[in-house]
Every structure is written in structure tokens, then in C-alpha cells.
Design a protein around this ligand. Structure first.
Ligand SMILES: Cc1ncc(COP(=O)(O)O)c(C=O)c1O
Ligand SMILES: *[C@@H]1O[C@H](CO)[C@@H](O)[C@H](O)[C@H]1NC(C)=O
Ligand SMILES: *[C@@H]1O[C@H](CO)[C@@H](O)[C@H](O)[C@H]1NC(C)=O
Length: 414
């Protein structure tokens, strides 16, 4: 786990050192919407309480606005004070879920590719991570993240008497898969049959494209009681540096997570919580209208997604179109053959890691190797893809396109 984490940090450093155009890490390089930055300013200038401690398990204004907003979506009356825990980003919500609910010897099934912190978090809690990969459908051209599927048989075969939870992420990072209702129902049926918890990481819930619809597994019958849903104010309002996140679920589960939170973080920054609360109040009012940021952001990103995809296609790379989220992956095996990596010291590394380093150093473009989102036992099988983040300014995407174009012109002139 440490080796993987170091590589992650090394890639960021390498990108900075070579001043690479950065389509690596998942954060917007554009400003958050004005209403949310104004809400933050208003909070900061809003008098003494905004600068002091607030309620440990979540600023009252925030848990109330989250409960109001999500009750309508989950189809269940969410109790703001029992069923929600506000955390330092979705990251800490995940950490609390694993620490609180996974015990020594418990097995946790993680669907691959997965956000890389799940595995170390399971291990830190004393649990064992068990992996099931999404696989590209066989016999068809794989053009969309929807062509990557989870086998019900394979998932069921991983369940043992020690299994405690299944972790899913929809829309998925890095693939962009948005699980369909039937797929979630299959997972839900297994959770119910084997009395398992489900940790559902939904930080990209508003970002779906081409009519894909995000469904909360907690909204399926019998799932509210056994699901911890994780969300992110940073991803929701394009302000990832604020680090306001939450876990939502039945109070009888959340109470264990609250104990972990109380004895590690205690509570989160007040003004940022107030601003996110105001953001959700606004979105509650405007829900389903064209003024809603939850419509505007995906509309804008849909365009950025098209732009990146056409840059990739322009140089002969076939993107796997994401149905949701911040990222797009592409198969690099076709161009890889013509690349001379030069550094002999990286020979033992996965192909995509070598490719990504080479791309930063030689071409000045930073991306992320997709095998980093797989377990050691499956990573070699999935080391021919790289991930691009498209939550970027037009100018950043233009700069990336320039690099790709020059490179491919160069290639063809040899
Ligand atoms: C799938 C997933 N979960 C959680 C997080 C962390 O979110 P936050 O910034 O709110 O901690 C990220 C951030 O990239 C993510 O991609
Ligand atoms: C990005 O480009 C698109 C299409 O050219 C345009 O509609 C959009 O306004 C641009 N966005 C910004 C922030 O310049
Ligand atoms: C083009 O190829 C030459 C010779 O291989 C190389 O030195 C140069 O860096 C390449 N330029 C780009 C933009 O890839």
C-alpha cells in the first residue's frame, strides 16, 4: 500500500517539475459558481459564531439542508441529527465508515477499478480487501463506460461468512461508469441475502451525461437500513479545497461512525459548512430548473468531455466515453509500441506507469495510470489504459490537444 501511495505523490511532483499540462488530478481549474463563493464570503463576514466551533457531527444549518434536499431523492425521511455525519471531505467519511464498521478479520468486497484509498482504509481497520473487477464486455467494441460490467456470479462467488460490506462508486472514478438500476438491484439483492453493508461513494452524483441517470442504492427497497452513502461538497460545488463531505444513512449505523469522528477530528470548519448549506438551500429551490448548478455543471462538462474525446480521436486514440464523473480513460496500447521509454530503471513497473512518466517528461502532459485503481492481483491485466481529467478550462484542454497533435505529426513524419 505504501509503494502505491508513493508513486501517486511522485507523479504529482513529476508533473510539477516538468510544468506539464495537468489532466491528472481530479479537480476543476476553473472557479466555483459565484453563488457559492459569495455564500462563503458572507459566512466569513457573518459574525462571531461563524468563526467558532459548531456542532461536532455537523453544523446544524448544513445537516438540515442536506436532510431536506436528500429526503426527496432517497424517498425516505432523513433525520438531520441522527442520519448524517459531516466530515472533512468524502475522504474522512470513507475513513470513518471503514474504521467504525469493519473489524479485525472482516472481508470487504471492492469493485475494481476503485478510488485508491479504499484498500489501505480497509487494511487500517484490520479488514481484508477482496476484489471483483468490472470487465469490458466481450465480443463488442467497447466505446462507453456502460460496456464495462460486473458479473453477478463473480460477485456472489466472493462472498464468504466473513464478508461485511461491498464498496461501490457510482459514477465511477476512473471509468465514468454510472450503475444502472438493475445493476444496483443485483448488488442490493446480495447485500440483503447475506446481510451485508454497502458503502456507496457518490461524490460525482450530479455529473451524468447523455441521459444516464444516477440512482442511489440507498433508495432501493431494504437498502436504506444497510447503506452508508458518501457525498462531497467539494465535488458538488467545484470547490474541492473546502473539504466538506458527509456520510448519510440510518442512525443505527451512523452512530458508530460518529464515535470515530468524535475521537479523531471532532468537527469540521464552520464557515465552509455554512456556505455548503446555503448552496444546498439554493439548489433545493432551483431543483430541476435550468438555473440549477446541478444542471449547469454537467452541461458544461458534457462539452468538455466532447472536446477531450475529439482531441484523443484526432490522434488515433479511442476514448471510452464516460457516462458520468470527471474522467475519461483511453487504451494506449496502439501508440505504445512506437514509444522508447529510455529509463531502464522503470522496466519492472506496469506499462501504464512507465507510459505516464514518459508522457510527462517527454511531452509535458500529465495523466494517471489506470492500473493504480486495481489490486496488485489484477493490475497487470488492466495496465494499458490512462486516465484524463476533463474538469478543466477550455484553454487547458486546448493545450493538451496541441501536445497530442504535435506528437502525432512528429510520429507520422518518421
Ligand atoms: C471516488 C472518490 N471518492 C472520494 C473522493 C474524495 O472526495 P473529497 O475531496 O470530498 O474528500 C474522491 C476525490 O477525488 C473521489 O474521486
Ligand atoms: C469553452 O468553449 C465552448 C465552445 O467553444 C464555449 O461555448 C464556452 O463558453 C467556453 N467556455 C469558456 C469558459 O470560455
Ligand atoms: C519530435 O521528434 C524529435 C526526434 O525524435 C524529438 O526530439 C522531439 O522532441 C519531438 N517533438 C515532439 C513535440 O514530440
Amino acid at each position: 500500500m505504501c509503494i502505491l501511495d508513493l508513486i501517486w505523490i511522485n507523479l504529482s511532483m513529476l508533473a510539477a517539475e516538468y510544468k506539464a499540462v495537468n489532466l491528472g488530478q481530479g479537480f476543476p481549474d476553473f472557479s466555483p459558481p459565484q453563488f457559492i463563493t459569495e455564500a462563503f464570503c458572507k459566512a466569513v463576514s457573518g459574525g462571531p459564531p461563524m468563526h467558532q466551533y459548531t456542532r461536532a457531527f455537523g453544523h446544524p444549518a448544513l445537516v438540515q439542508s442536506l436532510a431536506k434536499f436528500f429526503s426527496r431523492i432517497v424517498g425516505h425521511d432523513i433525520d438531520p441529527f441522527e442520519d448524517i455525519l459531516v466530515t472533512v471531505g468524502a475522504y474522512q467519511a470513507l475513513f470513518c465508515a471503514f474504521q467504525a464498521l469493519i473489524d479485525e478479520g472482516d472481508e470487504v468486497i471492492i469493485v475494481e477499478p476503485f478510488f485508491d484509498c479504499y484498500q489501505p482504509m480497509v487494511v487500517m481497520a484490520g479488514g481484508k480487501a477482496v476484489y471483483v473487477p468490472l470487465r469490458p464486455k466481450e465480443g463488442t467494441a467497447v466505446l462507453s463506460s456502460g460496456d464495462w460490467v460486473l458479473s453477478a456470479e463473480e460477485l456472489a462467488s466472493k462472498i464468504t461468512p466473513h464478508t461485511k460490506a461491498i464498496v461501490i462508486n457510482t459514477p465511477n472514478n476512473p471509468l465514468g461508469k454510472v450503475y444502472k438500476r438493475e445493476e444496483l438491484q443485483m448488488i442490493a439483492d446480495l447485500c440483503i441475502k447475506h446481510d451485508l453493508l454497502c458503502f456507496s461513494d457518490e461524490v460525482y452524483e450530479w455529473l451524468t451525461y447523455d441521459g444516464a441517470k444516477h440512482v442511489k442504492i440507498a433508495s432501493l427497497p431494504g437498502m436504506w437500513e444497510r447503506t452508508v452513502t458518501i457525498g462531497s461538497g467539494g465535488k458538488t460545488f467545484s470547490a474541492t479545497g473546502w473539504k466538506v463531505g458527509w456520510a448519510m444513512g440510518s442512525g443505527h449505523i451512523l452512530k458508530y461512525m460518529k464515535t470515530i469522528h468524535q475521537n479523531s477530528i471532532y468537527h469540521c470548519a464552520t464557515a465552509a459548512q455554512e456556505a455548503v448549506a446555503q448552496g444546498f438551500e439554493r439548489e433545493h429551490e432551483l431543483f430541476g430548473t435550468p438555473q440549477s448548478y446541478f444542471q449547469q455543471l454537467p452541461a458544461m462538462l458534457h462539452h468538455r468531455r466532447e472536446k477531450l474525446a475529439s482531441s484523443l480521436k484526432g490522434v488515433g486514440l479511442q476514448p471510452i466515453m464516460p457516462e458520468g464523473g470527471y474522467f475519461m480513460i483511453t487504451d494506449i496500447s496502439s501508440i505504445g509500441e512506437s514509444v522508447d521509454f529510455k529509463d531502464s530503471d522503470t522496466k519492472d513497473e506496469n506499462y501504464d506507469f512507465r507510459f505516464v512518466k514518459w508522457l510527462i517528461k517527454e511531452k509535458g502532459l500529465a495523466t494517471i495510470p489506470v492500473s493504480a485503481f486495481y489490486s496488485p492481483e489484477h493490475s497487470k491485466e488492466f495496465d494499458k489504459y490512462i486516465r484524463f481529467c476533463f474538469v478543466k478550462e477550455n484553454s487547458t484542454l486546448d493545450a493538451a490537444e496541441e501536445i497530442l497533435k504535435k506528437w502525432s505529426q512528429n510520429e507520422s513524419s518518421h
